[in-house]
Write a protein that binds this ligand. Structure first.
Ligand code: C2O
Ligand code: CU
Length: 477
């Protein structure tokens, strides 16, 4: 299991418990950026691609000279990247070689309920399970991760997360940067004990609220070291051309506001081309990119505007100490540009409230239920229970969901139903599956329930809030 790592000092912030590493951390920007390997199918038959993944413990070198025990898909963190074509069924066989139950959820997938990774639908230690993904959906940056009831936080923290990209003809036809100029950036924060092991507070629920367990882990676990694709504050040498970065925030509880330091002398720092559920209708320019847990931002950065040899740091304006840095780019060579920024990216029909056949409200707050003397995180005052259905949208309809955060911010994810955000307007445009609510804020999202009937969840993607019951069920009828 997980331990608190003894020597580690913890402090609390409103965002959660910040864990301090006692291991020797490397100088920032000395470790090269790794890119998770793209996994080829083990076989292809009748238009279906078959993959196999073994979930197992492994000792890997994250901090130079130290070993870290991870729980990885095929023993690596992040796991291998799976790539699928739109509409081409992908079957992933997961072997559980860990000594705990696991659940796999394809985040952002339009997946039948029996393959969606319902939190109690576990793979026992030693067992095998095939997840079948029709992937009848637009090209997008999806990701897969553990979703075990009450234990998602610790199991993802130990490494159970990876990318699953969907590609399609619409996106292929665009002149976007490709090959080594299309780079995924998976952001996580971690804390390390002196021997290099990950530090995560005890997850034995019976310990919660007992004397000695003082820090408020329930608010979220934050590390003091930022990893990109599993490497601490890495560095990437780039050519003086445009790159495409698919940014995923796979952190348990940390939000980032990304910026470039220095910003380019002219033009925007980032040109956003895609969101959680694929391409936007048209590119959007940003000086900074706020990214909450589980969100994806697909952005272009043009390094031709910098001088040769220049160092450009990807910074986190919300960070403290070590987490104010994310990674560094070094403009290392000239290169010929073969990409362009298309004025139009995709056709997206904007939904309006008149498309909605029902309106529902979900309030996310701490309160309404207790366990071991601690107040749980709840949805509409109820802690998660597999037997309670909070909404019954009809297949093929659109509903207006009002999501409200009391007390603190919550990033809310809805399974199956992709949505357009009406408010806040900073999200206007594109299809999403996760929306960040500031404390006291309300978001209005128009959710499309397409594909399958059955029971799915919506929940907070602060994984400690999720494990402390901030999850509800809906049944598509
Ligand atoms: Cu990324 Cu229900 O989760
Ligand atoms: Cu939350």
């Amino acid at each position: 299991g997980c331990s608190s790592g003894g020597a580690t000092v913890e402090t609390e912030s409103s965002a959660g418990a910040i864990l301090r590493s006692t291991a020797k951390l490397p100088e920032p920007f000395t470790v090269p950026l790794p890119v998770p390997p793209v996994r080829r199918p083990v076989r292809t038959a009748n238009g279906v691609d078959y993959h196999e993944i073994t979930q197992r413990a492994a000792d890997v070198e994250i901090l130079p000279g130290l070993r870290t025990r991870v729980w990885g898909y095929d023993g690596i963190f992040p796991g291998p990247t799976i790539e699928s074509r739109r509409g081409r069924t992908t079957v992933v066989r997961h072997h559980n070689a860990l000594d705990v139950p696991v659940v796999v959820h394809l985040h952002g997938g339009r997946t039948p309920p029996e393959h969606d990774g319902y939190p109690t639908d576990t793979i026992a230690p030693g067992a095998v399970r095939d997840y079948e993904y029709p992937l009848d959906q637009r090209a997008a940056t999806l990701w897969y991760h553990d979703h075990r009831m009450d234990f998602t936080g610790p199991q993802v923290y130990k490494g159970l997360a990876g990318l699953h990209l969907v590609r399609d003809d619409e996106e292929d036809a665009l002149p976007l940067p490709r090959a080594e100029r299309e780079v995924p950036l998976v952001l996580t924060d971690r804390a390390f004990a002196e021997d290099g092991s990950f530090v995560y507070p005890s997850v034995d629920p019976s310990l919660r609220g007992h004397p000695g367990v003082t820090a408020d882990y329930m608010s979220g676990v934050l590390g003091d070291c930022v990893l990109v694709n599993g490497a601490p504050w890495p560095v990437l040498e780039v050519g003086a051309v445009r790159y495409r970065f698919r940014i995923l925030n796979a952190s348990n509880a940390r939000r980032y506001r990304l910026a470039l330091d220095p910003p380019p002398p002219e033009g925007p720092a980032f040109v956003q081309i895609g969101s959680d559920q694929g391409l936007l209708a048209a590119p959007v320019e940003h000086e900074r990119v706020p990214i909450a847990q589980a969100e994806r931002f697909d952005v272009l950065v043009d390094f031709s505007r910098y001088t040769m040899g220049q160092r450009v740091t990807l910074v986190n304006q919300l960070g403290e100490d070590g987490t104010a840095n994310v990674m560094r780019f070094v403009v290392a060579r000239r290169a010929s540009e073969d990409s362009a920024v298309p004025a139009r990216l995709s056709d997206i029909r904007p939904l309006s409230t008149s498309d909605a056949v029902a309106t529902r409200e979900f309030v996310f707050r701490r309160g309404g239920a207790e366990q071991h003397g601690r107040t749980l995180w709840t949805v509409n005052g109820e802690p998660c229970s597999p037997d309670t259905i909070s909404a019954t949208p009809a297949l093929g309809t659109v509903e207006l969901w009002k999501l409200r955060a009391q007390n603190v911010a919550h990033p809310i994810h809805i399974h199956l139903g992709r949505f357009q955000v009406r408010e806040p307007s900073r999200y206007a445009g594109g299809w999403k599956d996760t929306v960040d609510l500031d404390s006291g804020d309300q978001a209005e999202v128009l959710v499309q329930f397409d594909g399958y009937r059955g029971k799915y969840v919506l929940h907070c993607h602060n994984l400690e809030h999720e494990d402390m019951m901030m999850m509800a069920n809906f049944q598509v009828t």
